[in-house]
Design a protein. Structure first.
Length: 256
């Protein structure tokens, strides 16, 4: 008897796969962020007086802290490898399908820088407005000790965040939802709302800002089919936020 091993992926299989990938990555983060904002809203004191810290220290021992930081960055990228591996079952090279290759480095860098400027400048204004309205927690983009490895780790963390979010929430999710024959409006809304939801721990201003960013990035990907410029743009934004906060005078960031 011959056993058929190559079964075509059904809509149900693709839907289950998508939920599992999200559950192991940013869908899980969205659940924790939702619990976090509920905890902040029900705690004593207003939301604006509470803190949302990123890139925090794990150990007072510098070499152990560095080890934990690097392990965290590496393991956070495993869902990306899983998503690319699952996309390899489809026809064609998954890296080319996602536009996550180095075929157009100059164009990707230029487009990424343009997107970073398009998102970054209005984003700063939105964060300032949210801070004035008290709908954001006080944001601490980097809370690592001042050591020789702090800036390199922050840059690596920026790259990790960018690759994870753009590959999963844009490249992979948009690709799978199109295969599931979702309407374009629903695809864009789902990707954008997911991006906003796992930033909820920072407050409602961060949620709105990231939803807008998600709409722009999803539209860009649907038009170009390249996720690399999105990775470049997100990396630039996070490097400016993380490294800038770490190196510049703290009083420059009192408005956060």
């Amino acid at each position: 008897m011959t056993v058929e091993l190559d079964r075509p992926a059904t809509h149900r299989m693709l839907g289950t796969e998508t939920l599992l990938v999200l559950g192991l990555s940013l869908g899980q983060s969205a659940v924790y962020a939702t619990v976090s904002i509920v905890a902040k809203l029900t705690a004593d004191g207003p939301l604006s007086k509470q803190t949302a810290a990123l890139n925090t220290s794990v150990s007072p021992r510098p070499w152990l802290d560095l080890t934990y930081q690097l392990l965290g960055i590496c393991f956070a990228l495993l869902p990306v490898l899983l998503a690319v591996h699952l996309l390899a079952r489809d026809p064609g090279d998954p890296a080319r399908t996602l536009g996550l290759d180095a075929r157009r480095p100059g164009q990707d860098l230029a487009r990424g820088a343009g997107l970073a400027a398009l998102i970054g400048l209005p984003g700063l204004a939105l964060f300032w407005v949210a801070a004035q309205l008290g709908v954001n927690a006080t944001l601490v983009p980097a809370a690592l000790p001042e050591l020789w490895w702090t800036v390199p780790v922050l840059v690596l963390a920026a790259v990790q965040n960018s690759v994870l979010e753009e590959v999963i929430v844009v490249g992979y999710l948009v690709t799978r939802l199109r295969q599931l024959r979702w309407r374009l409006g629903a695809i864009i809304a789902t990707s954008a709302l997911l991006r906003g939801s796992y930033h909820l721990y920072q407050g409602f201003g961060a949620f709105v800002g990231n939803v807008v960013m998600g709409v722009v990035f999803s539209l860009f990907y649907l038009r170009t089919r390249r996720v690399m410029p999105l990775v470049v743009a997100h990396t630039l934004l996070d490097v400016f936020a993380f490294v800038g906060y770490s190196l510049l005078p703290r009083e420059w960031f009192d408005w956060l």
